[in-house]
Every structure is written in C-alpha cells, then in structure tokens.
Design a protein around this ligand. Structure first.
Ligand code: CTP
Length: 221
C-alpha cells in the first residue's frame, strides 16, 4: 500500500446532489445519487489516503469506515464544509452536483396553492469549485463537467475558468452515463490538453481511471 503516492495524503471529495428548500416540504434538487463520488472515495481509501467525503442528500454511504462522511443538505452547507477542510487537503475531487440556483427565500410554512400561476425567484448559489480554485495554494483540484452537448469545449472552459488541474467530463444523454447509472463514460482532460478517452465502464472502474490520471498528472509536475 505504501507504493502509492496517495498513501497518507488528505483527500476531500464532494458527492451527491444538493437540496435547496422552497418551503418546509419542497426543494430544488437533481438526480445525482453520489455513486461516482463514493466510488472515488473508496478508491482513495483503499490506497491508504485519509478521505473526507462531503455528501449531499442520498441513501448511499461508503463501506470503508476509514472514510469520514460529512453530511450536508444545501450548497451553502457544502461550501462551508469544503472551506473548513480545504487548507489541510492535498487533493480535492468535486463530483457533487451542486444546484446552480436556489430560491431567493425559503418560505417558513408550506406554500398553499391558489388559482393564480406561481413564479419562484431564484438566486445564484456559490460556485464552490471556482472559489476553491481562487484559494488554491498547493492543492490538486479535480472537477467534473456534466454536459449534454459540446462536451470537450465546455469541459475545457470549466477547467480554465475554475483553475483546475484535471477535469472529468461526461455526457448525460446516452444510456448508461451519468446520474443514477452504475456505469459512466468519461473523458479526462488536463491543462496541457492531454485527453484520456475511456469506454463505458462501472463507476468503480472509472474511479480507478480517475486516480490513475491524477497520479500521472502529479508525477509529471
Ligand atoms: N460546482 C460547484 N459549485 C456549484 C456548481 C458546480 O462546485 N455551485 C462544481 C461541480 O461539483 C463540478 C463542476 O463545478 O465539479 C462543474 O459542474 P457543472 O454542473 O458541470 O457545471 P457548472 O459550473 O454548474 O456550469 P453549467 O451548469 O453552466 O454547465
């Protein structure tokens, strides 16, 4: 286990969706289950790393007791948890599907229906990854890009704009890829335009590909 560069490294991973409250019984969320991020957490833990998993609302949990799970519900809570651990972290992998917008105000009581139509005002949430990109000193930052079109172009833009070291890009419009599936098909891209194009495979196998890509990239530095 000591022959891996991840041994005793501190890893921060985010996974799952976020829920942004509309009222006490409703929220804005997405279809992420956290499966990919949990598989990445397991892969790092198996290589002897110290892993903190900041996990949005999902029924899935990692099996390895070494993984420290921090449960959060909202994007703001996820942001606070990331900031708390960021400084002491060596590698960050942000696989969470954070809501980009949240209700301007969450109603304190259940919103009752009326005969009129209803408009919900949304405000932007903090882009956690972009904020970590601004603050990074020694940390190796890995982001995800979930796209339905222009995969490479959009992923490259996110890599540069958020000051990442690697980005894991995947399309969400073919069967077997992305939210809720046991499989994923990803392209991993670094800052020098090196591309690794992978076949559709289990999320556990994709997690190993991601760790190998991180290792190669760190080795080259
Ligand atoms: N991300 C984040 N905080 C947000 C939104 C996204 O940290 N408020 C992170 C995700 O965890 C992911 C990366 O940014 O690692 C890209 O997320 P994605 O949803 O693909 O893209 P966005 O930046 O939200 O842009 P868009 O929705 O326009 O594609």
């Amino acid at each position: 286990m000591t022959d891996t560069i991840f041994h005793h490294k501190k890893i921060l991973i985010t996974a799952g969706p976020t829920y942004e409250a509309i009222d006490p019984v409703r929220f804005i969320g997405n279809r992420s289950t956290g499966k990919m991020g949990i598989a990445i957490a397991e892969a790092f833990a198996a290589r002897g790393a110290g892993v903190i998993l900041v996990l949005g609302p999902t029924h899935l949990r990692p099996k390895n007791p070494v993984i420290k799970v921090v449960e959060v519900e909202t994007g703001d809570e996820m942001y606070r948890a990331c900031l708390e651990h960021f400084e002491k972290t060596d590698i960050v992998v942000k696989s969470a599907a954070v809501a980009d917008y949240k209700p301007a105000q969450a109603a304190s009581q259940k919103i009752k229906k009326t005969d009129a139509s209803f408009t919900l005002e949304l405000v932007k949430t903090t882009d956690i990854l972009a904020e970590l990109g601004k603050r990074k000193t020694h940390q190796f930052l890995v982001g995800f890009a979930l796209e339905t079109e222009n995969l490479l172009e959009n992923a490259k833009n996110k890599l540069l704009k958020k000051n990442l070291d690697l980005i894991v890009a995947n399309l969400s419009n073919e069967r077997g890829e992305g939210f809720g599936f046991d499989t994923n098909k990803v392209i991993i891209m670094d800052r020098n335009n090196n591309l690794h194009n992978f076949e559709l495979k289990s999320k556990e196998e994709v997690a190993l590909d991601i760790l190998n890509a991180i290792e190669q990239c760190i080795d080259k530095k």
